[in-house]
Design a protein around this ligand. Structure first.
Ligand code: ARG
Length: 462
C-alpha cells in the first residue's frame, strides 16, 4: 500500500500504478530530494516542531540512503510512485518514527518544486560550463587562422569576402547570448518553494528563510500557490536549450556543407566522422548532422511543456508531473551537443587555399567597385547599375572582374582610374571594412578582444 493509502480500501491496479508513477524519471533527482529533506528536518528541529535527536536521526538515515543509491544498492520499487515516496519509505524502514516525522509541515507539492528547482540550477551551471568550452574551441580556431579569407554568403550565394575568424566569432556571439539565457534560467529557478506545503502554507511555525539559505536559494517564493504551481523556470531552461541547439544546428549545417566535395573548406577529424557500410570511400559528417537533427527534439521538449502548462488551474495538478522528463532531456541533449560540437571544432582541419579560391569567384568585389565610383561622386544607385553592367560583361566573356582591363572599366565610366585594379584585390577588399563589427583584420582583432573578455567574465560566474 502507498504511504497515503489510509482512506483507501482498494489498491490501484498494477497498470494505473505504473501509469501514475514518475519514479523512472524523477529518481534522477535523488540528491536534490535528500538535500531538501535534510534542510527541512533540521529546520523543523530548530523551530521546535520535532526533536533535535529526530532531526539527527533523519539526517543520518538520509545520508545512508544516498550512499546506497550511489552504490547501486537501493532497490527502487515502482509501488513508491516517485522519488519522494521511495526515499521516505526507506527512511521509515531504517529509523522508524523519527522518519515518519519528516513530512511534517510539508507536501510533495512543495517538495517536488524544490527538488526540480535545485536540479534546474545545477543543470544550468553544467550547460554554462559546456557553452564556455565550445566558445573556447571556436576562439582557438579563429585565432589559428587570423588571415584566412573565405566567401561570405547571402542566400547561400557568394556575396562579399570575409575573414574565417570573423565567421567563427559570429557563432561565439550567439553562444555568448545563449550563456546569458542559461544564466537567466538559473536565476528564475533560484527561489525556494519549500514551506508552501500543499498549496496554502502550513500551521507549523516554519522558517522558510532557513531552508532557503541551507539549500542555497537566493530568495523565498512569496506566494504559496505560485510556489507549488510555477514551472516558468523549466520553460526558461527549455527555451534556453532550444535557442542554443538551434544555433548549433546552424553551425553544424555549415560544417556539413564545408566538408562536402563541392565546398571542400574543411576536413573533419576521423574521430568526428563515420564511414558507410556499403560505400568504402565515404567519410560522413554524421555527428554534425546528428546535432542538427537533435534540435527538433529539444524544441519539442519546450513545446510539450508549454502546452502542458496552458490553462492549468491553480495550484498543483498531476499534469505537472509531466514537466521533468522533457526538461531533463532538453538539458542532457544540449549538453551532449555542446560537448560534441566543441570536439569537432577543435579537431577540424581548415583548407585555407580552397576558401580563398572560392572567395575569388562570383564577383565578390562588385560592391567595392560600386563604392569606388560612389566615393568619386557618382550616386550609389547609378554606380550599382554601372557595376551590374560590368558583371554582365564578365558573364558574357566568362571571366571575373579582375580579368577586365582598365579600358573595359573606363568604357563604362570615365571615373575609373588605374587604381581600380588594386582595389579588386581580395585582401584589400577585406581590409577596407574597418567599421565596428566589420571584417577587416583590425576590426576582428577588436571584436576578438571583446569576445574573450565576455568569455572570461562568464567563466567567473558559472
Ligand atoms: N510525482 C509528483 C510530481 O512529479 C510529485 C508531487 C505529487 N503530488 C501529489 N499531490 N500527487 O509532480
Amino acid at each position: 500500500m502507498a504511504l497515503w493509502s489510509g482512506r483507501f480500501t482498494e489498491n490501484v491496479s498494477e497498470f494505473t500504478q505504473r501509469f501514475g508513477a514518475s519514479l523512472p524519471v524523477d529518481k534522477a533527482l535523488y540528491a536534490q530530494d535528500i538535500a531538501g529533506s535534510t534542510a527541512h528536518a533540521n529546520m523543523l528541529a530548530s523551530c521546535g516542531v520535532i526533536a533535535s535527536k529526530d532531526a539527527q536521526s533523519i539526517e543520518g538515515g538520509l545520508a545512508r540512503i544516498k550512499e546506497r543509491i550511489e552504490a547501486g544498492d537501493f532497490a527502487f520499487d515502482i509501488n513508491d510512485e516517485d522519488i519522494h515516496m521511495s526515499v521516505e519509505r526507506a527512511l521509515i524502514a531504517d529509523i522508524g518514527d523519527a522518519g515518519a516525522r519528516l513530512h511534517t509541515g510539508r507536501s510533495r507539492n512543495d517538495q517536488v518544486a524544490t527538488d526540480t528547482r535545485l536540479f534546474a540550477k545545477q543543470r544550468c551551471a553544467d550547460l554554462m560550463a559546456a557553452n564556455v568550452a565550445l566558445r573556447h574551441a571556436l576562439v582557438e580556431q579563429a585565432e589559428a587562422h587570423p588571415a584566412t579569407i573565405m566567401p561570405g554568403y547571402t542566400h547561400l550565394q557568394h556575396a562579399q569576402p570575409v575573414l574565417f575568424s570573423h565567421h567563427m566569432l559570429a557563432y561565439v556571439w550567439m553562444l555568448t547570448r545563449d550563456f546569458e539565457r542559461l544564466a537567466a534560467a538559473r536565476r528564475a529557478a533560484d527561489a525556494s518553494p519549500l514551506g508552501a506545503a500543499a498549496l496554502a502554507g502550513t500551521t507549523y511555525p516554519l522558517d522558510r528563510q532557513m531552508t532557503a539559505d541551507a539549500l542555497g536559494f537566493a530568495s523565498v517564493i512569496p506566494n504559496s500557490l505560485d510556489a507549488v504551481s510555477d514551472r516558468d523556470f523549466l520553460l526558461d531552461l527549455s527555451y534556453a536549450c532550444s535557442v542554443s541547439c538551434m544555433h548549433l544546428s546552424r553551425l553544424c549545417e555549415e560544417i556539413v556543407l564545408w566538408s562536402s566535395a563541392e565546398f571542400d573548406f574543411i576536413e573533419l577529424s576521423d574521430a568526428f566522422s563515420t564511414g558507410s557500410s556499403i560505400m568504402p570511400q565515404k567519410k560522413n559528417p554524421d555527428f554534425a548532422e546528428l546535432i542538427r537533427g537533435k534540435t527538433g527534439r529539444v524544441v519539442g521538449d519546450l513545446v510539450a511543456l508549454l502546452v502542458t502548462m496552458k490553462a492549468l488551474p491553480l495550484a498543483y495538478n498531476k499534469d505537472l508531473q509531466e514537466d521533468k522528463e522533457g526538461a531533463i532531456d532538453a538539458a542532457k541533449t544540449l549538453e551532449d551537443c555542446l560537448v560534441c560540437a566543441a570536439g569537432m571544432i577543435a579537431t577540424m582541419q581548415l583548407k585555407p587555399e580552397n576558401m580563398r579560391t572560392q572567395a575569388k569567384k562570383g564577383y565578390l568585389a562588385a560592391t567595392d567597385v560600386a563604392d569606388y565610383l560612389a566615393k568619386k561622386g557618382m550616386p550609389f544607385r547609378s554606380a550599382h547599375a554601372v557595376v551590374g553592367h560590368l558583371v554582365l560583361l564578365c558573364e558574357q566573356r566568362g571571366c571575373d572582374l579582375d580579368d577586365l582591363s582598365l579600358e573595359d572599366f573606363q568604357a563604362e565610366s570615365e571615373l575609373f582610374e588605374a587604381d581600380i585594379v588594386s582595389s579588386l584585390d581580395l585582401d584589400a577588399i577585406v581590409a577596407a571594412r574597418t567599421t565596428i563589427g566589420g571584417t577587416a583584420g583590425s576590426a576582428v582583432a577588436e571584436q576578438m578582444r571583446q569576445a574573450k573578455a565576455a568569455l572570461a567574465a562568464d567563466e567567473a560566474v558559472i
